[in-house]
Structures are given as structure tokens and as C-alpha cells.
Write a protein that binds this ligand. Structure first.
Ligand code: PMP
Length: 351
């Protein structure tokens, strides 16, 4: 870093995204992308004509996309906020609601501590229980911003809507953010609860179930006043946060929602296969409601398995953090990709 940078920024440890290697073709099971392509309707929407119109600024209100999502979830247009990936929403939420601190789990999405540090917010870290389930009681009466990934990452485990409701009710003077990046793979969304509670903000993404990680599109659903807060930050930083092509693709994706629900079902079926196959190989696999699984083997360390698979052209995600260093997070790819993955794991364990 330069010698001009502020002390606070120089201390921050930035988020490390999963590898996006360009050197050779891997079976990529490391960043929870979808193995399935965008819907043909999305491909059609991003036309040459649309590209030619890029000389104009995009619609800062994302009107058509807002209408489409409001229709999909049965909420008002003022209950929807669009952003450049859901990371942007999380960033804004930390900025808007973190004045009294923030509570999140010890094992959860690695960006939360980065946002806390970036905005100078004091974190309260609530350890997951021994079995890696969320300590619901621990999140009650925090009276500060609460951020929960549900299903959680990298565990894939879910808490119930009644647990979410009890956390929201016990924190009446602060905002609870439920990060539902992985909800479409068998989880239950808290979006309906946003009609009942003015301190609940739910965010979702097009990056996983909707095969659009590269387009950068996320959205939040919540009470009108919360959405107005997020808009205030957006219009104070970057009003054009969702580009024209992404807005067009986003509308087309909502119009072809069944295509994506079908893909999510395929991923769930493949997940059942992978869990069964890994368990047969002696792995412990946490119960997953996501498009990834979190697994460890008594026969090989997490790091060694990650490295040996990489040598064989398969990328998975390993985290150095002490409590989870025995595990690997494995994205559920296509059935064919996962059969190759299982055969490589079998080969490695047999060595
Ligand atoms: N939340 C969680 C739990 C995630 O794993 C991710 C993906 N890294 C995100 C949010 C952000 O996704 P995106 O910015 O692509 O919408």
C-alpha cells in the first residue's frame, strides 16, 4: 500500500475471493456458481441492440426489474432495493445500521468481519454450537445490527423461520439482516416476515441459483423505510449501481423463474448423490440446504485433499481458520462433474 493511505485502511485485511484461475480448465467447485447456463431468455435480452444503447446511462431506479421482483414476491416496489451483487447490500447495511455494533457467527460468510472493520464497527462474534448449528439464543437481545446467513456459509446449515422471528422480536431497536444467498436450494425464505417486522431486511442474489454471478445482481426486501436508507447510501455513492445489461438480464430471469427453480431441483438431487457417495468414503458431511456441502474426512486433511484435487483439475474451497481447517467446502456442480469429483476423491484416498 502507499504511504498516503489512512491508518485505518492500512490495517484492514481485505476479503479473499475464491480462485478464478485462467491457467487451465478446472472443474470449478470453489465459488458456489451454478453449473447451468443462463436461461435462453436472458441470452436473448442481452441483445446487440441493448449493447449499442450502452452509450446511455442505465436507469438508476431499475424500474422494470423492481416491478418484476415486486411481482414475484408479492411486495410493493418500495420494498425492493437492487444492487451490484448482494455484497453491496451487506456493505450498505453495515454502514447504515452498525453504529451500536454488529453480531454475527464465528463461522459464517467471511465478508462480514471485513465490512465491520471497514466501517469501524465493533463486532460481537457468537460461536456456532459444537455441531455447527447457529446459537439462536446467543443472537437474542443483542440490540445491535444482527447479520445471519441462512442457510449459513460455509456450513450450509439452516435455522427455522420461527428462530428468525424470535431473533427479530428480541432485537426491536436494531436491524436483523438475513442473507439468503443460498435459500433456493431447499431453504425457506424470510421474505414474508418482512411484511410483519420493520427491522428485518432480507437479501438475495442472482449469483447462485440464477446463474448470473458475473452480471453482479443482488436485491434486498424490507420495510419501505429500510429500503429508503439503502437508497440514501446508493445515491450518495453510486446511483448507477446496476448496469443496463444486468437490469435486462435480471428481468428476463424473473420471467423465466421456473427454469431456475428446475435447475435448483437438479442441484438438490445431485447434492443427495454427492453426500451419499462421500459418506460411503467415510466423510462426515454437515446437513446442507445450499448448493455446496461442507465435509471432512478422518483419512486426509482438508488442505491435502484440496491440493491433491487441484493437481487433478478439480477446485474446491479450503479455509485456514482453526475450527474448520479439517473441512472443505464443495460446490455442487452438474451430475457429471460430481461423478468426476467422487472418482478423483476415491483415487486420492486409495493412494
Ligand atoms: N452472502 C453469502 C453468504 C455469500 O456466500 C455470497 C457469495 N460470496 C454473497 C453473500 C455475495 O454474493 P454476490 O455479491 O455475488 O451477490
Amino acid at each position: 500500500m502507499s504511504r498516503y493511505v489512512s491508518k485505518r485502511l492500512s490495517r484492514i485485511e481485505a476479503y479473499t475471493p475464491g480462485e478464478q484461475p485462467q491457467d487451465k480448465k478446472y472443474i470449478k467447485l470453489n465459488t458456489n456458481e451454478s453449473p447451468y447456463p443462463a436461461s435462453p431468455k436472458v441470452v436473448e435480452a442481452v441483445s446487440a441492440d441493448a449493447v449499442a444503447r450502452l452509450r446511455l446511462y442505465c436507469d438508476p431506479e431499475c424500474k422494470k426489474l423492481t416491478q418484476a421482483l415486486a411481482g414475484l414476491y408479492g411486495v410493493g416496489e418500495k420494498n425492493i432495493f437492487l444492487s451490484n451483487g448482494s455484497d453491496d447490500i451487506l456493505n450498505f447495511a453495515f454502514m447504515a445500521y452498525g453504529e451500536s455494533g454488529v453480531a454475527y457467527a464465528d463461522i459464517t460468510y467471511g465478508f462480514y468481519p471485513v465490512f465491520a472493520e471497514l466501517h469501524g464497527i465493533t463486532p460481537t462474534v457468537i460461536p456456532l454450537k459444537e455441531d455447527f448449528s447457529l446459537d439462536v439464543e446467543g443472537f437474542k437481545n443483542q440490540n445491535k445490527l444482527v447479520v445471519i446467513a441462512n442457510p449459513n456459509a460455509p456450513t450450509g446449515m439452516e435455522i427455522s423461520l420461527s428462530d428468525i422471528e424470535s431473533i427479530v422480536l428480541s432485537n426491536p431497536n436494531s436491524v436483523v439482516v438475513i442473507d439468503e444467498a443460498y435459500v433456493d436450494f431447499g431453504g425457506t425464505s424470510a421474505i414474508p416476515l418482512t411484511k410483519k417486522y420493520d427491522n428485518l431486511l432480507v437479501c438475495q442474489t442472482y449469483s447462485k441459483s440464477r446463474s448470473m454471478a458475473g452480471a453482479r445482481l443482488g436485491y434486498a426486501v424490507g420495510n419501505e423505510a429500510l429500503i429508503a436508507d439503502l437508497n440514501k447510501i446508493k445515491y450518495s455513492t453510486n446511483p448507477y449501481n446496476v448496469n443496463t445489461l444486468t437490469q435486462l438480464a435480471g428481468v428476463a430471469a424473473v420471467e423465466d423463474n421456473d427454469y431456475y427453480l428446475g435447475n435448483a431441483q437438479k442441484i438438490i438431487a445431485t447434492r443427495v448423490y454427492v453426500i451419499g457417495a462421500l459418506e460411503q468414503l467415510g466423510f462426515e458431511v454437515l446437513p446442507s440446504k445450499a448448493n455446496f456441502i461442507f465435509a471432512r474426512s478422518p483419512k486426509i486433511s482438508g488442505l491435502e485433499l484440496y491440493l491433491k484435487l487441484k493437481e487433478r483439475g478439480v477446485l474446491i474451497r479450503h479455509f485456514e481458520k482453526a475450527r474448520i481447517k479439517d473441512f472443505n467446502r464443495i460446490t455442487i456442480g452438474s451430475q457429471q462433474e460430481m461423478e468426476i469429483f467422487i472418482s478423483k476423491v476415491t483415487e486420492i484416498l486409495g493412494e
